[in-house]
Design a protein around this ligand. Structure first.
Ligand code: ADP
Ligand code: MG
Length: 280
């Protein structure tokens, strides 16, 4: 059984002004295989920073604390070693790579993670089956990686990677953003298929509770200003859905200010059919 352990994690970001503000200020979190954790928090609380630190993004500097996977020091690993060790990180804003097709990318990623290249014919069969399960048009495989992907295509592509790479622990950052209700269901089913297999754990990062109706979390830690201010089970997500972040933040001793993104419900109105395209 795999376990991702995050202890007293402090992370600073290299920003454009070359300052190094501390964004995460002592995060503790343990994600074991078989568990689904849904990290929630207001915008700007440090959720993506946590994902980037786990991924090894060079702009996110771990200044204190540790991240281990089954006792191995993740922070000492290169980005691709992290993937080989069984970590999967789906980013909120994936990079466009012209000239590399989805199919090529996926085969390269599968080769890197499995340690040997799958036979082309078998790989294509596997990929096509996984695409069909996610209602992805077969032509998608020939598209340039992430280029002009719609919100829904990006997220389906993430789950496609999840199915093919079968990591031990999947970190999914805002996997629900920009999805209409049908896409949300398809993506949620993909996550549920993945986590139903033994040995798989999920760290789902989300601002909104909407996806948690389809992917039921076991644990709901709430991140605010770089710290986990409250942890609960599924009922905490329901409470956030009903009340927004305000009460939890106040309880943690924070001033709740309309202007700093600390207000607002966690319900995901952005996704209502009549609403404008999703924000984040
Ligand atoms: P969340 O994902 O919870 O919305 P983020 O982790 O993206 O929050 O951001 C947390 C804080 O760190 C914000 O104040 C944000 O402006 C800052 N931050 C994150 N990444 C960068 C960056 N690359 N450059 C400058 N500031 C950053
Ligand atoms: Mg984010």
């Amino acid at each position: 059984m795999s376990t991702l352990e995050i202890r007293d994690l402090h992370v600073s970001v290299l920003d454009a002004a070359d300052d190094r503000p501390e964004i995460l200020r002592g995060v503790d979190l343990t994600v074991a295989a078989g568990q689904t954790h849904a990290i929630m928090g207001p915008n700007g609380s440090g959720k993506s920073t946590l994902a980037y630190a786990i991924a090894g993004h060079p702009k996110y500097l771990v200044t204190q604390g540790s991240i281990t996977l089954d006792g191995q020091d993740v922070l000492a690993m290169s980005v691709d070693a992290r993937a080989r060790a069984g970590l999967f990180l789906a980013m909120q804003y994936p990079v466009e790579v012209p000239g590399v097709s989805v199919s090529n990318f996926l085969r390269t990623a599968v080769t890197a993670v499995r340690g040997e290249a799958p036979k082309l014919r078998l790989f294509l069969k596997e990929m096509n089956e996984a695409m069909a399960a996610l209602s992805i048009d077969p032509a998608f495989a020939q598209r340039n990686l992430n280029e002009g992907f719609s919100g829904g295509e990006k997220k389906r592509h993430e789950i496609l990677q999840l199915e093919l790479l079968a990591p031990k622990i999947a970190v999914l950052d805002e996997t629900d953003s920009g999805l209409d209700i049908d896409a949300l269901k398809v993506v949620s089913e993909g996550i549920n298929r993945y986590r139903a297999q033994p040995g798989h754990g999920v760290l789902l990062i989300t601002h909104y509770t909407r996806i948690l109706r389809y992917v039921t979390p076991d644990f709901v830690p709430v991140l605010a200003r770089g710290r986990i201010v409250k942890s609960g089970g599924r009922e905490l997500a329901l409470q956030l859905e009903a009340e927004g972040y305000g009460p939890v933040l106040q309880e943690a001793g924070y001033d709740v200010d309309e202007t700093d993104g600390f207000s607002g419900a966690a319900t995901g109105e952005e996704a209502a059919p009549a609403a404008a395209p999703a924000g984040r």
